[in-house]
Design a protein around this ligand. Structure first.
Ligand SMILES: [Zn+2]
Length: 281
């Protein structure tokens, strides 16, 4: 049996797969703030899911950048209690199997590239706009190589701006304009409470500029957009994102298509399953 997990800032999902090609039961619980409590929660749910069978291996994503060896979080605004804790070492101990972790956005992107909106394409950019902004480049069904991961939310969209990035606090980053945390900061209400269409129009325009930058650097065939700010209600309108993108991105003979993510909340589990298959099965 294989254990798949997706550890987010507020919730975590844990699932089992018998053969690495299908997901059996899954369970969603709040992510404990305390790392050791988190480990005990994952242990209990995992052993409940496998019903007495042996765990062959486990893989999953976690919210934040990882160290080079991919064994622990080095930073995470949402999971400060998990930073620099021995995540892989402890999971290997409690699950008595090998364990692989990746950045959660990279896992969702891998799932979308193989089983979701990007399935027909070889070069996929996955961009998530949620509390923060993240992204990953997938090439031929693999997470593209990188020295330190992908952090498109922190590219500079306005160099003369004082707007502070909600997660890294530098000025003028894309995340300071289009993320849920940024909108909540400006308007002092939750993004889903913002009903003024002009706010969503402006957010679509700025996001399209950001996607222009993603397109010219990564040259994808498709940009898959996910995250609560894209799939929620209200959301940044897809048709306006596409409109402004076409107005902005004029250099290619053919622009990448832009599509909404299609796997919903389980993209990360599909990505983890593929990651295991590629590394192990
Ligand atoms: Zn930033």
């Amino acid at each position: 049996m294989y254990i798949l997990f997706d550890i987010g800032g507020t919730k975590m999902r844990i699932a089992a797969s018998r053969n690495g090609s299908e997901i059996l039961d899954s369970k969603i619980v709040p992510t404990p703030k305390d790392f050791w409590e988190g480990m005990q929660t994952i242990k209990k749910i995992s052993y409940d899911l496998i019903k007495g069978e042996k765990i062959d291996s486990a893989a999953g994503g976690i919210a934040g950048p990882l160290n080079k060896e991919k064994t622990m979080l080095v930073n995470s605004p949402n999971l400060p209690g998990w930073v620099e804790k021995p995540l892989v070492g402890e999971l290997e101990h409690i699950l008595a199997s090998s364990v692989y972790i990746e950045n959660d956005t990279a896992m969702v992107g891998l799932g979308e590239a193989i089983h979701g909106a990007g399935a027909k394409y070889s070069i996929v950019a996955y961009v998530t706009v949620s509390t923060g902004v993240g992204g990953v480049r997938i090439v031929d069904e693999h997470i593209d190589r990188s020295a330190a991961g992908f952090e498109i939310g922190h590219h500079i969209i306005n160099f003369s701006s004082e707007a502070k990035c909600p997660s890294c606090e530098a000025g003028g980053h894309l995340e300071a304009y289009v993320s849920g945390a940024a909108l909540e900061g400006y308007f002092e209400k939750k993004p889903y409470e913002i009903t003024d269409p002009s706010v969503w129009e402006e957010t679509a325009k700025i996001l399209a500029y950001g996607l222009n930058n993603v397109a010219v650097f990564w040259s994808p065939e498709i940009i898959v957009l996910g995250g609560a700010m894209i799939v929620g209600n209200p959301a940044i309108p897809m048709d306006r994102i596409k409109y402004y993108f076409e107005e902005t991105c004029k250099i290619f003979a053919e622009n990448p298509v832009i599509e909404k993510a299609s796997l919903g909340d389980v993209g990360g589990l599909y990505g983890a399953m593929e990651y295991l298959r590629q590394n192990l099965i």
